[in-house]
Design a binder for this molecule. Structure first.
Ligand code: DX5
Ligand code: ZN
Length: 214
């Protein structure tokens, strides 16, 4: 069963508590939290203090996507803020295994994120230690971009790597996911679909989430 993780990046930042409640009422499973440091990506969002303030107001699973150059320093504050899933970019981190271990030691589920141009094969060895892999289907930094079509083939290849080894690693896809392309993504084996603009710009959020889930 595919789960839907709306991205708070497209929410009304002046009313985040209400936006979280709106997501839960519309049937979201997870909320995707895009943490940007203005270095790895040319944009800034929010961090652990804002997430901690929101935590008591939502029962959704909190999924932190770190778009930062130094992921290690964010892990403990995010875990303390009540985040359940933490992922960081392969492209930012020479010590991928160390950061995965730190996420687990903090009591969270660990994921590695790959930019569109980074092949899934770089994860061959570390894959059994990951709870999920987040495949970017746009270049990170902004909501509302177009899905990059070649990422579908990456999902397919990653799914085959996971199946062939009998792993339970989940595949999450992020960027340009819409009601139109969700069915193909589910068919190639996505377990979690992130959607920002498709959910928040929808005239019927509950319908959009249902359609994405399939
Ligand atoms: C992009 C973020 C995404 C973004 C997705 O850097 O990682 O999570 O919010 O937004 P849409 O669904 O609008 O592409
Ligand atoms: Zn994201």
């Amino acid at each position: 069963m595919t789960r839907v993780a709306p991205s708070l990046l497209s929410a009304d930042f002046s009313a985040l508590r209400e936006e979280l409640q709106r997501l839960a009422a519309a049937g979201a499973d997870i909320v995707h939290l895009d943490i940007m440091d203005g270095h790895f990506v040319p944009n800034l969002t929010f961090g652990a203090p804002v997430i901690q303030a929101l935590r008591p107001h939502s029962e959704l699973i909190f999924d932190a996507h770190l778009m930062v150059t130094t992921p290690l320093q964010y892990i403990a504050p995010l875990a303390e803020a009540g985040v359940e899933m933490i992922s960081f970019h392969y492209e930012t981190e020479p010590h991928v295994d160390r950061v995965v271990q730190a996420i687990h030691a903090a009591g969270c589920r660990a994921g590695v994120v790959l930019n569109p141009a980074t092949p899934v094969e770089v994860l061959t060895d570390v894959l059994p230690t990951l709870d999920f892999v987040l495949l970017m289907s746009v270049n990170p930094g902004f909501g509302g971009q177009k899905f990059i079509p070649y990422v579908t083939a990456k999902v397919d290849r990653l799914k085959e790597m996971i199946r062939a080894r009998g792993l339970r690693t989940e595949i999450e896809v992020d960027g340009g996911v819409t009601e139109e392309n969700a069915a193909v993504l589910r068919a190639v084996g996505c377990d979690i679909l992130v959607a920002g603009s498709a959910v928040f710009n929808s005239d019927d959020m509950a319908r959009t989430i249902r359609t994405l889930r399939g």
